[in-house]
Design a protein around this ligand. Structure first.
Ligand code: UDP
Length: 311
């Protein structure tokens, strides 16, 4: 039976990934320091071939026994989180990735780093292809996340080139689904919880900025395909269907039948104006394509938020 380590296992993506791996016949070690993760996300995995270890991966990581795969997903990922814990964000992307790579080398395990579309910063090339180097402000408030992830990509390539570790780099574009926190702060959880409570829906700036939203099950399938492939270069995984944030807010108000109004709030510093993945690489190298439409994905996510909020 193959054995995997998932760092950040109690988070939104880590928990879905752990569950998926168990379904594929993996034995899973899930690690998390619970800074932004929640054990509730993985409680239902107890009793299966899943062990939870509470550990902060910025410190030396010790795992007994063999490991075939390491999925390094530990990191704050919402802008409000990495503004609140900027130093931990930098440390998990740098020291945490170094430790996880050292473990991959020691165990002769494949290693996949969860990178991000934020490596493109506020992009000057649209849609974003993997060979675009990005437009990041290193000293702005988002720089702590963007640069940590850029460093994590660089050290991943160095471990591949110097030590021959089998590495994979996924650049994750905006993803949503059940287990995002009610207070997560990102657009979909914010709009859903505001609309369900009939509170004002807070659109930052004039709402003309765009995002392209991928449902979580599509993303997890892409992660697994990439890990199982031989592709060392970075691969974008995301849904290329692009919309403005105002359109998203309107769609959520309509879906929930809410009486909420849209109100404008200041645009965060360095908020990217556009974002859309070019997924040619994922399509051709992994045979991957998103399957879940925004309507389908939002319906499932809405049901989860209704249950969480008791509405
Ligand atoms: N956004 C918004 N209202 C909110 C939360 C987010 O208008 O309550 C905007 C945010 O400024 C950005 C977009 O929605 O332009 C997506 O933000 P999110 O935090 O989901 O992720 P990002 O893509 O910025 O990492």
């Amino acid at each position: 039976m193959p054995r995997a380590l998932v760092t950040g296992a109690a988070g939104f993506l880590g928990s879905h990934l752990s569950e998926y791996l168990l379904g594929k016949g993996f034995s899973v070690v899930g690690m998390d320091n619970l800074l932004t993760g929640d054990v509730k996300n993985i409680e239902h995995l107890t009793g299966r071939d899943f062990v939870f270890v509470k550990h902060d991966v910025t410190n030396y990581i010790s795992v007994e026994g063999p490991l075939d795969c390491i999925f390094h997903f530990a990191s704050p990922a919402s802008p409000i989180d990495y503004l609140r814990v900027p130093i931990q964000t930098l440390k998990v992307g740098s020291l945490g990735t170094h430790n996880a790579l050292g473990l991959a080398k020691a165990k002769n395990a494949r290693f996949l780093i969860a990178s991000t579309s934020e490596v493109y910063g506020d992009p000057l090339v649209h849609p974003q292809r993997e060979d675009y180097w990005g437009n990041v402000n290193p000293v702005g408030p988002r720089g702590v996340y963007d640069e940590a992830k850029r460093f994590s990509e660089a050290i991943t390539m160095a471990y591949h080139r110097v030590h021959g570790v089998q590495t994979r780099i996924i650049r994750i574009f905006n993803t949503y689904g059940p287990r995002m926190r009610v207070e997560d702060g990102r657009a979909i959880p914010a709009f859903l919880s505001q609309a369900l409570r009939n509170e004002d829906v807070t659109v930052f700036g004039d709402g003309s900025q765009t995002r392209s939203l991928c449902y979580v099950s599509d993303l997890i399938e892409g992660i697994f395909r990439l890990m199982m492939s031989e592709v060392v270069d970075p691969v974008n995984i995301g849904n290329p269907t692009e919309m403005t944030i105002r359109q998203l807010a309107e769609a959520i108000i309509k879906l929930t039948g809410s009486s909420s109004r849209i109100v404008s709030r200041p645009l965060p510093v360095d908020d990217p104006k556009v974002r859309q993945p070019d997924i040619t690489r994922a399509r051709t190298l992994l045979g991957w394509e998103p399957q879940v439409s925004l309507d389908q994905g939002l319906a499932v996510t809405l049901a989860y938020f209704r249950q969480r909020l008791g509405i």
